[in-house]
Design a protein. Sequence first.
Length: 278
Amino acid sequence: MAEKLNKDTIKNDVKKHYSDAIQVAENKTGGCCSSAVTAGKYAKLAGYSEQQLSELPAGISVTSFGCGNPVDMLEMKEGDVVLDLGCGPGLDLFLAAKSIGSTGKAIGLDMTPAMLAKARENIKKSGLTNVEVREGEMEDMPVDDNSVDWVISNCVINLSPDKQKVFSEITRVLKPGGKMMVSDIVATGDIPDEIKNDKLAWSGCMGGALPEQEYLQLASDAGLIEVSVVNRLVYDRTQMAAFTTACCSDEQSDGFTEAQVDQLAGKLASVKVTGTKK
Ligand SMILES: C[S@@+](CC[C@H](N)C(=O)[O-])C[C@H]1O[C@@H](n2cnc3c(N)ncnc32)[C@H](O)[C@@H]1O
């Protein structure tokens, strides 16, 4: 059986994985299963309309790594402050920035320098003046207490080896009455230890997926109220195959076997989870 992964190993691996993935998605290095075409399809699979994608900086949808659309149900107002955890190149960040007008602020947080570099390039392309990105970890956010109206995130919290800290930080930075709306991967069945302890599976948003109830409980334990799932898509065999293919394979791994995809079908879901700070 694979050795149990420790927290530092997970963080370092996730960082390396997404540093490589952004280059591959832009087709700079090639050779990986997560080609630009796959990544572009992924954004559409995740529930964005052609209209939404057409208003974003050119090329951004082909570098999207999300698993849902956390911004489609939000009632953001002019002047709101939005924080996007693990913003990557910024697809959701830009959608949010457009909704809150020039008096609002959209802040993207990411720990991977290559992702931040891409996001900064996209900020320049967009011409928007209400977007900024910060380097940091979601377990210890460089964000003031009680300072944001919305915390959004797309396929990121599952990657943390310390999810309780992430939810505590979300509660800390939200203003009273502020809302969290995150898309993420959770487990809806038993995930084999072999997957939980596989580096590629962690980086690919599968190994760290918590059982749905446990995920919701962590958010409630951190002090959020009205925590609930507002949308759920349990991946069937075909969707699971697409998901594991989009999960970039690197030189450390041969990727996922057909047997593993069979094993995971019906056991992982993309969910949209909301919660409010009292
Ligand atoms: C699956 S990608 C999603 C990117 C983006 N949300 C999107 O939808 O395209 C995960 C992102 O989360 C970032 N990330 C992972 N763990 C993180 C952590 N602990 N703190 C901050 N960022 C993290 C990675 O660098 C990567 O950019």
